[in-house]
Design a protein around this ligand. Structure first.
Ligand code: BV8
Length: 235
């Protein structure tokens, strides 16, 4: 790890592993989310066009389940770091849950969207949404019955990529927490960071597809590794 004095700007990438101890299924773990539903069946625009009810029911189930979960010690530690870190800090999350925010983090970017928004395919408005979409409720903005989850599916462009690459350019430290490194462009961020000469750290339950690219990998549950790392950073 670079000396603390050299680290001013931090980019943190989180994945499903940071929410696992809150009881939210990861995507690829044993009995993981996608094992119950084939990826191509639910998380693609084609699937939505082919079988909108299946996709809407899948997201209605997850939206309801996520609202019963609570942030865990990893989310709380990251919120503390966000509140106390004097330099730039950005939590880029692949997760569509709102547990980072509910733990108190503010500098959060949902690159794959969020389960608490509905996106109107008629007027493009995004509205906060906590209920189901299966009954085709009217868009709060335009009334059209054309709402979809505001979630980035495979083949769709993740949100705010310019802002993410800008933050990576300025970062002194890139930390990846709870992600398998299976999905791009997020899985490529560690390589961008290395090419920029940025210090890289991985905190994960097991080695990931990207582990070879990190200066340091610590293995264990996020609920233990993240609070310990935040204590290190805040001295
Ligand atoms: C795009 C939202 C381009 C939906 C998600 C071939 C090669 C390379 C790339 C591609 C390819 N073919 C297609 C692509 C592109 C594709 C892709 O990468 N596919 C993969 C499968 C090969 N990517 C895309 O399509 C992306 N878009 O490329 O657009 C483009 C260009 C121009 C113009 C238009 C478009 C969009 C990808 C976004 C898909 N949406 N989520 C939803 O949530 O339903 S992806 C979904 O999986 C998640 O959001 C997350 O991002 C992703 C990865 O999951 P993880 O978060 O990593 O979770 P996972 O279960 O995999 O791993 C959990 C990890 O945690 C494990 O390592 C585990 O050990 C660890 N863990 C478990 N418990 C704990 C723990 N760690 C700590 N503590 C614990 N307790």
């Amino acid at each position: 790890m670079a000396a603390m004095a050299d680290i001013r700007n931090i980019v943190i990438l989180t994945g499903a592993g940071v929410s696992a101890e809150s009881g939210i299924d990861t995507f690829r773990g044993g009995g993981g989310l996608w094992e119950k539903h084939r990826v191509e069946d639910v998380a693609t625009p084609e699937a939505f066009a082919r079988d909108p009810d299946l996709v809407l029911r899948f997201y209605d189930m997850r939206r309801a389940a996520i609202q019963e979960k609570e942030p865990n010690r990893a989310h709380a530690a990251l919120a503390r770091l966000d509140a106390e870190w004097p330099g730039d800090l950005l939590i880029v999350t692949q997760n569509v849950d709102d547990l980072h925010e509910r733990a108190g983090a503010r500098r959060v970017l949902h690159m794959h969207g969020t389960h608490l928004n509905a996106w109107c395919t008629a007027c493009d408005a995004r509205s906060r949404w906590t209920g189901p979409l299966i009954d085709r409720p009217p868009c709060p903005a335009c009334g059209a019955r054309a709402l979809r989850p505001d979630v980035v599916w495979f083949g769709e462009m993740p949100y705010e990529m310019e802002r993410i690459y800008g933050a990576l350019q300025a970062a002194d430290l890139f930390v990846s927490i709870g992600t398998s490194g299976a999905v791009y462009p997020a899985a490529g961020f560690v390589r961008e960071a290395r090419e920029l000469g940025t210090q890289t750290l991985e905190l994960n339950l097991e080695r990931s597809q990207g582990s070879a690219w990190f200066d340091e990998t610590r293995l264990g549950p996020a609920g233990e590794l993240v609070p310990a790392w935040v204590d290190e950073m805040l001295g």
